[in-house]
Design a binder for this molecule. Structure first.
Ligand code: UD2
Length: 316
């Protein structure tokens, strides 16, 4: 029986894809994760239904047998974070570039049906025009952005040269339940929600007027499944965003309103490698993949806050 593989399936986004696959009736889901940033707890209520393999994508021999014969490989394993790739570039280079190469090679040699690759909106860098369209020239500003772009190029090469079906989805600042707020490199909204719940001041790098197209994790998981099914998409890249854009100052205002707190943020210097504004043109994803994001920012944040509150209650 052919199976699904989710690399990074114990991570924040990967585990959401695992859940969607199981909801859709997938019989065999293999999670490939080294638990570096992922957690087994992210799979808690579905743990019995998945085959969790602790393996590292830097090690081809370890992952090749797991990927062999897969119907679809969702490649989510990565070391995210722009500042992390600047402070500590070697692990992110090895995992995001060499690891991605290993996954593609294993998929090709093991005759997998398709690879859906987690690309990043950071590939665009600063563009003169918003929203950002797939036809724009990439202008990566950080090691992380470049690494994710190299992964896209490798996907395209594996399609063109070896005939492996690949689809890349450029994620636009994904947030939601299970995003780990415990590191300074964590996604900004997870840090904002943690600060609100703990009644501490968040730090905003720069003036807080930079903007992001924050996208709820369930919408991204759904888009992955659509990309796995769609026809005539091999070798292509798509924006996986919501189509909107809000500033960090607005985001912190929303968090305060939802939690009923009034806490002035601390403002720090701008972050190296930071993109100023980010917003997805979703036309191609809607047209070719049937992308249909369902969660407004307020609704997604309400659900996320609810989840963090529950976690905090359990930890007490
Ligand atoms: C980039 C990508 C995103 C994804 C992500 C993975 C862009 C536009 N987006 O996200 O698609 O691939 O990388 O890591 O490139 N910030 C604060 N205070 C904090 C933390 C962050 O002000 O405590 C700011 C940060 O300077 C930035 C914004 O919040 O302007 C978002 O930062 P992030 O680290 O959550 O995500 P970002 O945009 O680098």
């Amino acid at each position: 029986m052919s199976h699904y593989v989710v690399t990074g399936g114990a991570g924040f986004i990967g585990s959401a894809i695992v859940r969607r696959l199981l909801q859709e009736g997938a019989r065999r889901v293999v999670v490939v994760d080294n638990l570096l940033t992922g957690h087994e707890a992210n799979l808690e209520e579905v743990r019995h239904a998945v085959d969790l393999q602790i393996a590292d994508i830097r090690n081809y021999a370890e992952i090749a047998p797991l990927i062999r014969g897969a119907a679809v490989v969702f490649h989510e394993a990565a070391i995210p974070s722009v500042p992390r790739s600047i402070d500590d570039p070697v692990p992110s280079h090895e995992i995001n570039i060499d690891g991605t190469f290993n996954v593609l090679r294993a998929a090709h040699e093991g005759k997998a049906g398709r690879v859906v690759y987690a690309a990043s909106s950071s590939a665009y860098g600063d563009t003169l025009v918003l929203p950002k369209v797939e036809s724009m020239n990439p202008q990566p500003k950080s090691p992380y952005a470049l690494q994710k772009l190299v992964g896209e190029y490798y996907c395209n090469i594996f399609t063109g040269v070896y005939g492996l079906e690949t689809v890349a989805i450029r994620y636009f600042n994904v947030y939601g339940p299970r995003q780990d707020p415990s590191s300074p490199y964590s996604g900004v909204l997870s840090l904002f929600l943690k600060a609100a719940l703990e009644h501490t001041q968040p730090t905003i790098f720069g003036d807080g007027e930079q903007s992001r197209d924050f996208t709820y994790v369930e919408d991204v998981a759904e888009l992955n499944l659509r990309a796995a099914r769609a026809g005539n998409v091999a070798g292509k890249i798509y924006n996986g965003g919501n189509g909107g854009r809000i500033t960090l100052n607005q985001a912190w205002a929303t968090v305060q309103k939802l939690e009923g707190v009034d806490i002035p943020p601390l403002y720090g210097g701008p972050r190296a490698g930071d993109v100023r504004d980010s917003q997805a043109d979703t036309t191609a994803a809607v047209r070719d993949l049937g992308h249909a994001p369902r969660y407004s920012f307020e609704e997604g944040m309400r659900l996320t806050l609810e989840w963090y509150r529950k976690q905090a209650a359990v930890a007490k």
